[in-house]
Each structure stands twice: as structure tokens, then as C-alpha cells.
Design a protein around this ligand. Structure first.
Ligand code: HEM
Length: 161
């Protein structure tokens, strides 16, 4: 939900997030993005102590695709906020995290900063596609294959012992 909200707020037909008119939206976008990063770090820490969902029987290509998509989602959830924060700082612009403007005294390199922000935008668009494919696969398992994959992902699903 945080990713979706950050994404939707980043898309305005008539404004750039850097314009004065969009300053409030930029602050909310950046704060939501920072929350995504905090939540994913907590989630990874939780994953270290929590047991994983029990393995479901499925073909080898499906298991490989599931692993790849899971890895891609985690990588994107970390890379999107990281590129935004470093890109913005390299451009010499403070980042608004949880309501505070945070500037970092690193050497400014506006060209590199802009390039990293281009990567941020590409990854920010890509995550919606990856999450969409992941959701479609879940629906396919649940309603077409009628297997236990969706239930194993849901709270209360069977865990590895
Ligand atoms: C998972 C969280 C995030 C998602 C999904 C996301 C997604 C996006 C997308 C799709 C755009 C491009 C909008 C357009 O088409 O013009 C964008 C732009 C931007 N994002 Fe994020 N973003 C996230 C987190 C962050 C964070 C943490 C920051 C903090 C620095 C940030 C700062 C910006 C800025 C400043 C722009 C404007 C870049 C420009 O116009 O050159 N974003 N974001």
C-alpha cells in the first residue's frame, strides 16, 4: 500500500515533483518511500527469526520464477528508496524523510545525481509491473491450479517446521 501510494503521488499530468507547486506532494512521496525502506528492513529482520512458508509442490520452472520474482521485489524495495536518496543528495537537494529536511554534505555531482534519479524513476515504474505479475501468479495458483500457494503466503498458512 505504501509503494502504491508513493507511486500514485509521483504521477501528476501537469507537475514535476521538483516544482514549487508540488512541494507538499514531494514531501509526502519521499516520506512514504522512506517508510517503505524502514518496513522492508524490519521485514527482512523478521524473516531471520520467523519460519518461512512451507514449500509447495510445483514444477521446477514455477519454483525458479517464484524465487526470481521474490528476489526482484526485495531488491526493488531497497533500490528504489536508496537511488532516490543518493540521487537527490548528489543533486545537492535535501531529502524530506518523515517530515524533516535532511541534507548530506557529500560532494555534489548533479549529472550523476540526475542519472541516478532516472534509474529511480525506471525502477519505481518497474516495481508496479513485477508486483502485478506476482499478484496475477497468485490468482492463477488459487483459482486455476487450485493449489495451496496462496494459502501458504497468507497469515496462518502452513510454515516450515
Ligand atoms: C518505493 C517507494 C517509491 C516509489 C514506488 C517511487 C516512484 C517514483 C516514480 C514512479 C517517479 C517518477 C514520476 C514521474 O513519472 O515523473 C518518482 C520520482 C521521484 N521520486 Fe520516488 N519513489 C519512491 C520513493 C522515493 C523516495 C524515498 C524518495 C526520496 C528521496 C523519492 C524521491 C523522488 C523524487 C525527488 C522524484 C522526482 C524525480 C525527477 O522528477 O527527476 N522517491 N518516484
Amino acid at each position: 500500500m505504501l509503494v502504491l501510494a508513493a507511486y500514485v503521488l509521483s504521477k501528476g499530468d501537469s507537475y514535476s515533483l521538483y516544482s514549487a507547486a508540488a512541494d507538499g506532494l514531494r514531501r509526502i512521496h519521499e516520506t512514504l518511500g522512506a517508510l517503505v525502506f524502514i518496513v522492508v528492513v524490519l521485514r527482512l529482520l523478521w524473516r531471520l527469526i520467523d519460519s518461512a512458508p512451507a514449500k509447495q509442490p510445483m514444477s521446477r520452472w514455477m519454483a525458479t520464477a517464484a524465487k526470481f520474482v521474490q528476489f526482484a521485489l526485495y531488491a526493488l524495495l531497497i533500490a528504489i528508496p536508496a537511488t532516490a536518496v543518493f540521487g537527490t543528495w548528489l543533486e545537492g537537494i535535501p531529502v524530506t524523510l518523515l517530515g524533516f529536511d535532511i541534507a548530506l554534505q557529500i560532494a555534489q555531482a548533479p549529472g550523476l545525481g540526475q542519472l541516478i534519479m532516472e534509474i529511480h524513476i525506471t525502477l519505481g515504474n518497474a516495481i508496479l509491473w513485477v508486483a502485478g505479475v506476482h499478484t496475477a501468479a497468485t490468482v492463477f495458483h488459487h483459482f486455476y491450479l487450485r493449489d495451496e500457494v496462496f494459502r501458504s503466503m497468507a497469515p496462518g498458512g502452513r510454515r516450515k517446521s
